[in-house]
Design a protein around this ligand. Structure first.
Ligand SMILES: [Zn+2]
Length: 329
């Protein structure tokens, strides 16, 4: 397997429920022959499609790890036909630190693909997923949220793809996930993303943004738990009817969806998530933090739509994403 140093402590292709670790040797000051132990569960029953389910691609996003730990504990081989590979915390060192990127190498997992078997810890994990796990999967679900610095309306999303048949399969799986919103998402910069690796391997892919602020809510966790089961049913792996309610279809057609700050300061939200916004309306103001008697700077929507994402912490820096406006289809 391409010289990657990671080994699995459980079989990836045996019937039953197996809970274990991907063990990545990591020699360091406090453990000369130590390892990073990345939790993994594989549940398999006979012949059928395989799903790869991942969370904590960014370490400070929690709906994925919660829904996947819950699934790993509750799903039994007898409930499925095929295989479910569950990796609740892809960037496990980041997950343990509660940070977006890895404390070991500052690696941003979603900018580290396709990875390298001889690279940093983050690159080795990416390479193992790229070369060992991904080729096994027919459908892939990767959970995201806003992390500590962004907050989102809850949506599942697919990307615009050159292969329209693959795109249709991804959109159908997004609809099956059935978050309150479904999005055709535009990426700011897709180089190195897991998403791109998955899509380049021709897989059906669903990603999400379910909340943010470095935590999760009862509502966002319920959306994640329902969504993952719906996707497994949609893929024909899990038995039973999909649990469906209304979902609003959204689009992010171009760069005009994004509003970036040009200033450091204190952010005052003028719109809340899910609110309608008219082009030219103020979505946020940025106040100077160091004096009184100066007006705030206004940040305006560059298109009409609904507020899909916002900067989360109270302080903002130049270059931060202040707001994302999505368009109802
Ligand atoms: Zn993320």
């Amino acid at each position: 397997m391409s010289g990657n140093p990671i080994t699995s402590t459980i079989p990836l292709d045996e019937d039953g429920e197996h809970h274990g670790f991907l063990r990545l040797p990591y020699s360091r000051d406090d453990s000369a022959w130590g390892s990073v132990m990345i939790p993994i569960t594989v549940i398999k029953n006979g012949v059928g499609p395989s799903a790869l389910l991942t969370g904590a691609n960014h370490g400070d996003e929690y709906e994925g790890p919660i829904a996947l730990m819950d699934l790993a504990m509750s799903l039994k081989a007898g409930d499925i036909e095929g295989r479910v590979i569950i990796l609740p915390a892809m960037n496990y060192p980041a997950f343990r630190a509660g940070t977006r990127t890895s404390p070991i190498d500052r690696g941003n997992m979603n900018r580290s693909f396709p990875g390298s078997p001889s690279g940093t810890v983050t690159e080795k994990i990416a390479d193992y997923i790229q070369t060992v796990l991904l080729p096994e999967a027919s459908i892939v679900l990767d959970f995201h949220s806003g992390g500590r610095t962004l907050d989102f309306i809850p949506f599942a999303s697919a990307h615009v793809l050159e292969n329209k048949e693959q795109q249709a399969a991804c959109v159908a799986a997004v609809e099956a996930f059935n978050a309150p919103y479904s999005m055709i998402m535009l990426e700011i910069d897709n180089v190195g993303m897991y998403d791109t690796s998955v899509e380049d391997q021709g897989k059906t892919f669903v990603t999400t943004e379910l909340g943010g602020g470095g935590t999760s809510t009862a509502r966002s966790n319920a959306i994640a738990k329902k969504g993952v089961r719906n996707v497994l049913k949609h893929a024909g792996i899990m038995k039973g009817e999909l649990d469906l309610s209304a979902s609003v279809m959204l689009d992010m057609p171009d760069d005009d969806c994004f509003v970036f700050s040009h200033d450091d300061g204190m952010i005052e939200a003028m719109k809340d998530l899910g609110e309608e916004v008219e082009k030219g309306e103020i979505v946020a103001r940025v106040w100077p933090v160091d004096r009184t008697g100066r007006p705030p700077l206004d940040y305006r929507a560059r298109r009409s739509g609904i507020l899909a994402s916002r900067h989360f912490p109270g302080l903002v820096k130049a270059g931060d994403c202040v707001a994302v406006i999505a368009v109802k289809v």
